[in-house]
Design a protein around this ligand. Structure first.
Ligand SMILES: CC(=O)SCCNC(=O)CCNC(=O)[C@H](O)C(C)(C)COP(=O)(O)OP(=O)(O)OC[C@H]1O[C@@H](n2cnc3c(N)ncnc32)[C@H](O)[C@@H]1OP(=O)(O)O
Length: 170
């Protein structure tokens, strides 16, 4: 299986903010941004693996700065690190004030996608080749984040075993 460059899975999606996208502060609704990040990242996952994929976890989302209707919002995603069947994808969100041209990093996120075969079972993914300084930094720190995800998955599975499926109103 031939390794692929980070750039091979790069997706860049730029959009405007419409009235339906904002919250009560008249800034971009966080849930809308998360949905757009997930969708953009899913294309990166498929570009890298060329298989079906599912989001296994949205590992972190940091909203660093509010995005207003005066801004364009650009989501960049690419595969930063791979395990056996999983891919870590980094999302960088850049807001640009369209009148002044000022640009800022408005949010960052890490997501994990798992490649699936025709039977819906996890299947191997190609390794990733970082080239730029940014890609190399993300690749080198990938193992550490993967270890933290493993720990988190263990804790989360254990916690879920305590949850009930009772109907709260009965
Ligand atoms: C784009 C979308 O909207 S998809 C919709 C939302 N997502 C879903 O519905 C996914 C639901 N979950 C699932 O289908 C399953 O739990 C799967 C496919 C993610 C994992 O299946 P499992 O049979 O548990 O697989 P398994 O334990 O072998 O793990 C497979 C890989 O996924 C990784 N993984 C599984 N769960 C998680 C998790 N919660 N967080 C991070 N990584 C995970 C594992 O570390 C492993 O990686 P590796 O092969 O690189 O070492």
């Amino acid at each position: 299986m031939e390794a692929r460059k980070c750039n091979d899975s790069l997706v860049v999606r730029t959009s405007r903010i419409f009235p339906n996208d904002v919250n009560n502060h008249n800034t971009l609704f966080g849930g809308k941004l998360m949905s757009d990040i997930d969708m953009t990242a899913s294309i990166s996952a498929e570009r890298h693996s060329r298989t079906e994929n599912v989001t296994a976890s949205i590992d972190s989302v940091d909203f660093l700065s509010p995005i207003t209707p005066k801004d364009s919002v650009c989501i960049e995603t690419f595969v930063t690190w791979t395990g056996t069947t999983s891919m870590e994808i980094c999302a960088k969100v850049i807001a640009e004030n369209l009148k002044t041209g000022d640009r800022k990093i408005a949010a960052t996120a890490f997501l994990t996608f798992v490649a699936l075969d025709k039977d819906g079972k996890p299947t191997k993914v190609p390794a990733v080749i970082p080239e730029t300084e940014e890609e190399k930094k993300l690749f080198e720190t990938g193992n550490e984040r993967a270890e933290k995800r493993k720990e988190h998955r263990k804790d989360s599975t254990e916690l879920a075993s305590y949850f009930t499926t009772f109907k709260p109103w009965e």
